[in-house]
Ligand binder design. Structure first.
Ligand SMILES: [Zn+2]
Length: 398
């Protein structure tokens, strides 16, 4: 089990040099013409060619050894409960395992697996504030877990959202997992949440586990959350006609999850491409779930969409980085000056048939992760979970 990691370790200057391929995370320009990144005190300060950037005074130098650097992956849909423990499958250490799958940021879609979860209004608010505080204080392995995502219940009033927001709560968990399952009530509460700066999602499709319910296209469109949570079902998907209706009926984020219907994920991808709105696609795992915990879930989604959905791999990586950062208003996810210095360094897996990393992903293989970096601090080296990378980066000075 990973121990709690600091957000930062004093003044630092990280230089990553000898980058073979730099993926930006931004769909409009997914590959950058640069081989060096500089980050100071956890923020990116320069991106360019080695000779053009100031790498003097580095406290850490990473030689990427010609491998690929991408922004740290964002899982837009997790259900954390208490630190590294999930009661859903009675596992510990699951967040650190995700870090080994390249995930550096997670967004809670509700702490709904909490045994005895309160459903009265004051209990809902107390739990949201508690979860926000707890995961702000504790970063398993360094991973940024954005938690404190209340699930709306009947009887909540505008003042409740104002109160939670002023206490630091900035997410709304999946609409539909509580007692509010009708469009008009959901719409009213989602609008209150948005008014106070909270970003929202909804449970789309059939029930996940006994006790949850169906949310169809009509409710999704009326509720108008910022993200259409697992539009490919969690796990049971809506009929294709309803998925089309949601895609065409709004401009909100279209979230595809690992613990969903894979065919419906590919269907949504094709619709988004037809509509020239690939920027709306974001990825999550919806783990821990009935199907378990999937440390490589985000990488598997990238590979699935790229290989079976015919998306260039450099674009598929944007679905798990820049697209999510923009939809969720996060300061990471794009290699850009001023953003958080969160990176994954990877290479094609040993013996992949692909001729390079992007080609291997397009052939359906997973990349091998060689290093993760969060806020400019190296958090892990060769992944214990991915297939072994062909080449790995190394720390050359410290
Ligand atoms: Zn759900």
């Amino acid at each position: 089990m990973a121990h709690d990691e600091p957000k930062a370790a004093g003044p630092s200057k990280l230089v990553i040099r000898n980058i073979g391929l730099l993926l930006s995370g931004a769909l409009e320009n997914p590959i950058l013409d640069a081989d060096t990144i500089v980050a100071e005190n956890g923020r990116i300060t320069a991106i360019g060619r080695a000779k053009d950037v100031d790498s003097e005074g580095a406290t850490t130098i990473v030689d990427a050894n010609g491998t690929t650097v991408t922004p740290g992956l964002i899982d837009s849909h997790v259900h954390p409960v208490a630190g590294e423990f999930t009661p859903r499958q009675n596992q510990i250490g699951w967040i650190d395992s995700f870090l080994h799958g390249g995930v550096t940021t997670m967004i809670s879609a509700g702490e709904v697996h909490m045994p005895g979860r309160p459903k009265d209004v004051i209990g809902v608010k107390a739990m949201a504030i508690f979860a926000q505080r707890a995961f702000d204080n504790l970063r398993p392995g360094g991973v940024k877990v954005h938690a404190g995502a209340p699930v709306i219940e009947q009887g909540m009033v505008e003042e409740d959202f104002k109160e939670m927001a002023s206490a630091g709560v900035r997410w709304l968990g999946e609409v539909g997992l509580g007692s509010v399952k009708d469009g008009p009530t959901a719409r009213k509460m989602v609008a209150w949440a948005r008014k106070y700066g909270m970003n929202s999602t909804i449970h789309t499709g059939g029930p996940s586990i006994p006790g949850s319910g169906l949310i169809d296209a009509e409710v999704v469109l009326e509720a108008d959350t910022d993200v259409v949570g697992h539009i490919n079902g969690g796990h049971t998907a809506l009929p294709d006609g309803q998925i089309r209706c949601i895609c065409e009926g709004c401009k909100r984020g279209l979230e595809l999850v690992h613990n969903g219907n894979e065919r419906a994920a590919i269907y949504t991808l094709r619709l988004a491409r037809e509509m020239k709105e690939l920027n709306r696609l974001i990825l999550g795992t919806d783990a821990p779930a009935g199907s378990g915990v999937q440390p490589l879930g985000i990488l598997r989604m990238i590979s699935l969409l790229s290989s079976l959905g015919d998306v260039p791999a450099e674009q598929a990586f944007c679905f798990a980085t820049g697209n999510t950062a923009r939809m969720r208003a996060l300061d990471c996810g794009i290699v850009e000056v001023g953003r958080a210095a969160d990176f994954v360094i990877m290479d094609k897996a040993q013996h992949s048939a692909g001729k390079n990393l992007l080609d291997s992903v397009q052939l359906g293989d997973l990349p091998g992760v060689g290093m993760t970096i969060i806020d400019g601090i190296v958090r892990t080296q060769r992944s214990r979970n991915t297939p072994p990378a062909t080449k790995i980066p190394e720390i050359v000075a410290h």
